[in-house]
Write a protein that binds this ligand. Structure first.
Ligand SMILES: [Zn+2]
Length: 82
């Protein structure tokens, strides 16, 4: 499991909001929104999962995300499958 860190827009600090996931799940939920009370400034922020920073697996996850995005970008946005 990887802990997700998000950037507090008020303090510019990386905060831990207690969300954990694995890379596989992360890729699946990367467009999900995470709402949590910010431990840095005490306000509630909303982040998108893909904006999370993973200190231990950043390079790995970014590689996966980049590959995934490239794969998706290759075909037409709205597939015309019947
Ligand atoms: Zn904050």
């Amino acid at each position: 499991m990887e802990r997700l860190f998000f950037l507090c827009p008020n303090t510019r600090r990386t905060v831990d909001v207690g969300v954990e996931t694995d890379i596989d799940t992360l890729l699946r939920i990367r467009t999900n929104k995470v709402r949590a009370e910010c431990p840095a400034c005490g306000r509630v922020h909303e982040w998108t999962v893909r904006d999370a920073a993973l200190p231990q697996a950043t390079e790995f996850s970014l590689t996966l995300l980049a590959r995934d995005l490239r794969h998706r970008g290759g075909s037409t946005e709205h597939g015309k499958h019947h």
